[in-house]
Design a protein. Structure first.
Length: 303
């Protein structure tokens, strides 16, 4: 039987500052592909607990009208930067799409900084609680260095230079800015329905009941969600603990069972996607090279 911790031993021999792209790619794509996806889903959901952020998302109509595409866009653009590097040709193009999508809005710098922090810490928190092993300090630092470099290329100001300082910012921001709002409820509800829609009925009904267990009480209160029942909590814990045990014992089998296409809404899918076609309509119309860029086969999401 192969050493389940061989990859971890390899990563711990790398420098989390200079090798952060390699470490983060291996950690998110090889060690924790399913769990990293779930952590990013929580990250997206938590940003809707902030009225200034949910108000912008609610006003754009993206989650009301195209929730699956909005989710796919985020996962694909982040994935392009993780797999190829943020300074690769495709990574730079993904960053351009992200920056163009944000350009039409007047977004507070602290809101942008908070969203970036959720991409660092929510997957780590999910993995530490629910995955087959906790995140190592090497992986934690690599995620911090990776996303602060992405933030620098997004022109986000006041980026922390220390991972603990960034996590303190994340916690303090949430204490100050998580407040109930109608826009929180609307966008949060669209996300709940999206996440549940990935499963056939009646499984989707059970999933919808357990999904709020993935949020803490302050987040549920900000989104106007009732506290989950003890049955929902028990089912959530049983399912996630069972998944972790299976991942530890049979990672290859679980990868085959849990893999599905990532992008399901792009023009031309299932044949592939063009990075220039990813994003809101006002962005894709401005992308001059989207017609000549070759199609890319959609990646996989371990879901």
């Amino acid at each position: 039987m192969r050493d389940r911790y061989a990859t971890l031993k390899h990563l711990q021999g790398l420098d989390p500052k200079t090798d952060h792209e390699t470490i983060h790619r291996i950690s998110s794509d090889r060690e924790f592909p399913w769990d990293y996806g779930r952590g990013l889903e929580v990250a997206i959901w938590r940003t809707c607990c902030v009225p200034s952020i949910s108000g912008m998302l609610d006003g754009s109509g993206e989650f009301a009208l195209r929730a699956q595409k909005r989710y796919d866009d985020t996962r694909i653009l982040l994935g392009e930067m993780v797999r190829g590097g943020y300074d690769s040709e495709r990574g730079r193009q993904a960053l351009r799409q992200i920056n163009q999508a944000h350009r039409r809005f007047s977004i507070d710098n602290d809101d942008m900084l908070y969203v970036l922090s959720t991409f660092v810490f929510e997957p780590i928190r999910w993995i530490d609680r629910w995955a087959w092993r906790p995140v190592s300090e090497t992986e934690r630092l690599a995620a911090f260095y990776f996303y602060t470099e992405v933030g620098r290329r997004m022109n986000i100001r006041d980026l922390p230079t220390d991972v603990d300082a960034f996590e303190r910012f994340n916690r303090e921001y949430e204490k100050e800015h998580f407040h109930p709002a109608a826009s929180n409820r609307r966008v949060g509800g669209h996300i709940l329905r999206l996440y549940a829609s990935w499963y056939p009925r009646p499984v989707s009904d059970a999933v919808a009941a357990t999904l709020p267990c993935r949020l803490d009480t302050p987040a549920r209160q900000a989104l106007g969600m009732p506290e989950p029942t003890w049955r929902a909590r028990g089912l959530n814990t049983l399912g996630l603990r069972g998944h972790a045990a299976a991942e530890r014992l049979a990672p290859a089998l679980m990868a085959r069972l849990m893999t599905r296409p990532t992008a399901r809404t792009y023009p031309g899918y299932p044949h592939g996607y063009r990075i220039g076609d990813i994003g809101p309509d006002h962005v894709t119309r401005q992308t001059a090279d989207s017609r000549t860029e070759p199609l890319t086969t959609a990646g996989n999401d371990h879901s």
